[in-house]
Write a protein that binds this ligand. Structure first.
Ligand code: NAD
Length: 477
């Protein structure tokens, strides 16, 4: 075995891991980044955010082309060349991951293509790096950024390759005629949207009473309304009891509530029922790192584990499992390791579901405020009153503010509509800067844009919105 040394070993090259490595290198540390792939990128770039957003953009183009008929423009029925579509998606991914490889080299980071496991609390064995034997890497600090893997359901694990997880679905081998999506969460609804646009008849089976459980109902209701037109069926309170492989498809037994049972045939089944931390084979038992009962690594506000020189960030430390949260945590960890004072304590971690409409939220939601017994007032601005939304033919959106009535501080923002994922960034800044409702209302927003819906919802709070006259009092909880 060859012994190498490094000031910082970063395990996992997803957005959290590579952002940590880049920040640490920029702060002057000697860094080794370890990942099985040829270039950094992780699930986000190779099998998650980026390929799915490329395909969701295609869905949006198809949907808008269809809607344009109402404005006198006809494009005809879309012809899908699945091979070219797959190539394009792969080109997007390889362009970005190759770019990350270049950034690694520019920063003189040592990149080991392999898999790391702790031998003890100062040494890693890296297998697959440079062929041959494992390498031993002695580190001063380590950051664990190994992410998460899909949860598998035992009753659906029948070893049939027509059962997909998100990685397999994104390979886009084919467009199934009939697709069952198990799980009405982020992945199920985003990929369900993609396949529906490409021509699949999509059925969603969600175990709980609501799509996107826990997410603000006002936002989810708008999404569900539109999805109901585009998907074959949405079943809530529904689980898949069993799958049976047949020549002509997969027979699924769906159970809704206590006794609503139906048997349906699908060409493929996508299982998207959540993700769990990926620590298998990491050798954590050879360190003092401690996990909770669900397997998430326990960390403090500096992202330190129970071993003071080993840090952990991203999906492996818990919800929300979002790339931008991992990036922020990783940059905090890199600062702490380089000797700076830094803490991970965001007031708002934005979340975006890239469906149509997109839904996005940041800070405290109305649902959370109610659950936590917080006194809040909610100001809602319907996009039916937005000029820009009308020009897009998308008056079905909503922007809402959750406000502390004593201080008039904005505690949270929720948005449903095209571009909600971009619009939410203003909300994050407002919450982080302790902005009041008046601060948003008094900031001049460009016209005609959807960003005005944030300003107008602030004005709704005071009953002075230019384009919306509220007839009822504000919702309070
Ligand atoms: P999720 O937690 O978003 O959704 C899983 C859904 O499956 C839930 O609605 C849950 O109630 C349901 N479910 C669980 N068991 C079930 C069963 N037996 N039958 C039917 N339904 C069942 O998880 P996901 O969609 O797998 O995504 C995993 C994570 O990846 C998300 O939590 C999110 O953090 C991340 N992600 C984020 C984005 C984004 O930021 N846009 C996109 C994709 C994934």
């Amino acid at each position: 075995m060859t012994d190498d040394t490094t000031q910082l070993a970063v395990i996992g090259g997803g957005p959290g891991g590579y952002a940590t490595a880049f920040m640490a290198a920029d702060l002057g540390l000697t860094v080794t980044l370890i990942d099985p792939a040829k270039n950094p990128g992780g699930v986000c770039l190779y099998h998650g955010c980026i390929p799915s957003k490329a395909l969701l953009h295609v869905s949006r183009v198809i949907a808008e082309a269809g809607e344009a008929e109402a404005w006198g423009i006809s494009f005809g029925k879309p012809k899908v060349n699945i091979d070219r579509l797959r190539d394009w998606k792969n080109e997007v991914v390889s362009g970005l991951t190759d770019g990350l490889g270049r950034l690694v080299r520019q920063r003189r980071i040592t990149y080991l293509q392999g898999t790391a496991a702790f031998l003890n609390n100062r040494t890693l064995a890296v297998s697959g790096a440079g062929g041959g034997d494992d390498r031993r890497l002695v580190f001063e600090h380590a950051v664990i950024a190994t992410g998460a893997v899909p949860v598998r359901l035992a009753q659906l694990d029948i070893g049939d390759d027509r059962i997909l997880d998100s990685t397999r679905a994104l390979e886009m081998a084919q467009v199934p005629k009939k697709l069952l999506v198990v799980g009405g969460g982020y992945i199920g609804l985003e990929l369900g949207t993609v396949f529906a646009a490409l021509g699949s008849k999509v059925t969603v089976a969600e175990m709980t009473a609501q799509l996107l459980p826990g997410v603000d109902r006002d936002l989810v209701n708008l999404l569900e309304k539109r999805l109901s037109d585009r998907l074959e069926a949405i079943y809530k309170n529904t689980t898949v009891q069993a799958l049976k492989a047949q020549k002509n498809g997969l027979k699924a037994i769906l159970r809704t509530g206590k006794d609503g049972e139906q048997v349906r045939l699908f060409d493929q089944v996508l299982v998207a029922v959540g993700r769990r931390p990926d620590t298998a084979g990491l050798g954590l038992q050879n360190t003092g790192v401690v996990c909770d009962e669900r397997g998430f690594i326990l960390v403090d506000r500096r992202r330190r584990t129970a071993e003071a020189h080993i840090f952990a960030i991203g999906d492996v430390v818990g919800e929300p499992m979002l790339a931008h949260k991992a990036v922020h945590e990783g940059r905090v960890a890199a600062e702490v390791i380089s000797g700076r004072e830094a803490l991970y304590e965001p007031l708002a971690v934005p979340a975006v579901v890239f469906t149509d409409p997109e839904i996005a939220w940041a800070g405290t939601t109305e649902t959370q405020a109610r659950e936590q017994g917080l006194e809040v007032v909610v100001a809602r601005f319907p996009w039916a009153a937005s000029g820009r939304a009308a020009t897009l033919g998308r008056s079905d959106g909503l922007t809402k503010l959750v406000v502390d009535p004593r201080t008039e501080r904005v505690l949270g923002v929720g948005i449903a509509g095209p571009g909600a994922g971009e619009l939410i960034a203003e909300a994050v800044l407002a919450i982080e800067m302790n902005a009041s409702v008046a601060d948003i209302g008094l900031s001049i927003h460009p016209h005609p844009t959807l960003s005005e819906t944030l300003k107008e919802s602030a004005d709704v709070y005071y009953g002075t919105a230019t384009h919306f006259r509220r007839t009822k009092g504000l919702r309070r909880s």
